[in-house]
Structures are given as C-alpha cells and as structure tokens.
Design a protein around this ligand. Structure first.
Ligand code: ATP
Ligand code: MN
Length: 255
C-alpha cells in the first residue's frame, strides 16, 4: 500500500508520467520503496522523462521502456529479492564477514548492476553492437533502447532468417565472441538465441544481458566460453550452418 502511494506521488508529480495506465498498473507492485526513490532520482537528474510500459519480466530483472531526454531508453531493474541470488546467499551465509544478510543481498545486486553496465560499455568500446549503457543507480541500469517505434527488436530465437542472412548473423556473432574475448577480455557466459536481438533494418545481431559476463581469469571462464560457442553452433545448425566447436574455440582464443 505504501509502495503504491509512493508510486502515485511519483506519477502525480508529473515527473514520471504514466504513459500507459494499464501496463503501469501491473508494474506498480514490482517497485519497492528504494527502487522508487532511485527512479525519482533519475527523473530529477533528467535522465528519465517518462516511464513507459513493461518490455520484459524476467527471473532476475524487469525491463521497461522509457523516454530519455533525446532517445528512447531501456530501464532494467534488478529485483533485490530475486531467486537467482539465493545461491549467492547460501554461499555468503556461512561467512562471518557477512553478518547483515539483507544489507549484503542489496549490495550484491547493486554490484551486479554495475557489472552489467561495465561489461556493456567494454563491449561497446571494442565495436560490438550492444545497447549502449547510460548509467546505473542502485539496482537500475539505464541503457539505449534497442528497437524501433517503441517496439523492441525481436530475439534471435523469434525471427526466421533467410539462408544468406543466417550466415551473415552467424559470422558476425563469431566475430563478436572473438572480439569480446580478445579485445574486451570478456566472455558473455549466457550467450544463446535468447540473449541476441536482431536489428531488423540491417539484420544485424545485438548482444544483450551481460550481467554474468566474466573475464578470462574467472575459474569457469573456459567452461562458459565453450558453452557460449556450443549454443551458437547448435542454434545455427537449423539454418544448415555446419561448424566445428573446437575450430570455433581456437578461432576465438588464438591470435
Ligand atoms: P530473462 O530472465 O528473461 O533472461 P533477464 O533478466 O536476463 O531476462 P535481459 O535478457 O537483459 O534480462 O532482458 C530481458 C528482455 O528485455 C530481453 O529478452 C529483451 O527482449 C528485452 N531487452 C533487454 N534490454 C533491452 C534493450 N536495451 N532494448 C530493448 N529491449 C531490451
Ligand atoms: Mn536474458
């Protein structure tokens, strides 16, 4: 009740406008008070001019469309009490350094949000198509909206590509995985047809969802890289693209 009141205050203030009352209604409950405050901060800073409808409700985050000063934005809000963080919680529980679990949980989510921002920026800087990150505020990541006319670009899994386009998309992804590894020193670590958007004008892939991305020093880096490669190889088989995972791996990791 308190949350909804705060949301109403925010909406009534006119700074975060209700663009679509139906959609916004559903989203009211997902904002805890701290998140509302963070959204309020973003609106005060002039980053978000109006909060739009929900784009996605995932396991660990919700993504919304928003109006920025100039362009449309995507606002990814990580849930503090997401189930995904339970394993981290388990890991931390026995550790005497982390006594205040509530405090810690929040900090983990904030750190995770910043990590996704930094990973996207690093990818962007080496010329990989990703939503360009704008900033983070607590558990909120603001980034470029990847879509057209308020409609997000489709996921790779949801588009039917022509044979030649499939080959092009595959080749770009191959290049992106290598560039990510070699130049940005990152492994996506959750790469699949579910985390690639297809920009429908040029039919080019855009990588998203990089919170879990790791550097090559991570103990599981190699395992993650091999899994990313496997997922891409497996998916493009249906387009008749034959590729060898070991050759792909060598292509990515060797100069
Ligand atoms: P899930 O649990 O469903 O995997 P997630 O929490 O991992 O979601 P993302 O994969 O980053 O979060 O985003 C969820 C969905 O929101 C994406 O599948 C995509 O459709 C949409 N989306 C994310 N970022 C953007 C963006 N910058 N522009 C447009 N749409 C986006
Ligand atoms: Mn995802």
């Amino acid at each position: 009740e308190d949350q909804i009141k705060t949301m109403d205050t925010l909406v009534d203030s006119g700074r975060i406008k209700k663009k679509d009352s139906e959609k916004t209604k559903v989203t009211e409950n997902v904002f805890d008070e701290a998140t509302l405050k963070a959204l309020y901060t973003l609106s005060n800073k002039g980053i978000i001019e109006a909060l739009g409808g929900s784009i996605s409700t995932g396991k660990e985050a919700n993504v919304f469309l928003a109006d920025g000063r100039e362009d449309s934005l995507a606002v990814k809000i990580y849930r503090i009490n997401s189930s995904t963080f339970n394993s981290m919680e388990d890991y931390i529980l026995g550790d005497p350094r982390f006594r205040d679990i509530r405090h810690t949980k929040k900090e983990i989510v904030f750190a995770w949000t910043k990590k996704e921002y930094r990973n996207l920026l690093r990818a962007h800087e080496v010329g990989i198509k990703v939503p360009k990150p704008v900033l983070t505020e607590r558990n909120i990541l603001v980034m470029e909206f990847a879509g057209k006319d308020e409609k997000p670009y489709p996921l790779l899994k949801d588009v039917q590509l022509e044979e030649a386009t499939a080959k092009k998309v595959y080749d770009i992804l191959r290049d992106y995985i290598k560039r990510l590894y070699m130049d940005a020193e990152l492994i996506h670590a959750d790469l699949s047809e579910y985390n690639v958007l297809i920009e429908t004008e040029e039919m080019e892939p855009i990588l998203i969802d990089m919170g879990q991305s790791v550097t090559p020093e991570h103990p599981k880096a190699d395992q993650f890289l091999r899994r990313d490669i496997q997922n891409i190889v497996r998916y493009f088989k249906k387009y008749g693209i034959k590729s060898d995972e070991n050759e792909f791996y060598t292509f990515v990791t060797k100069d």
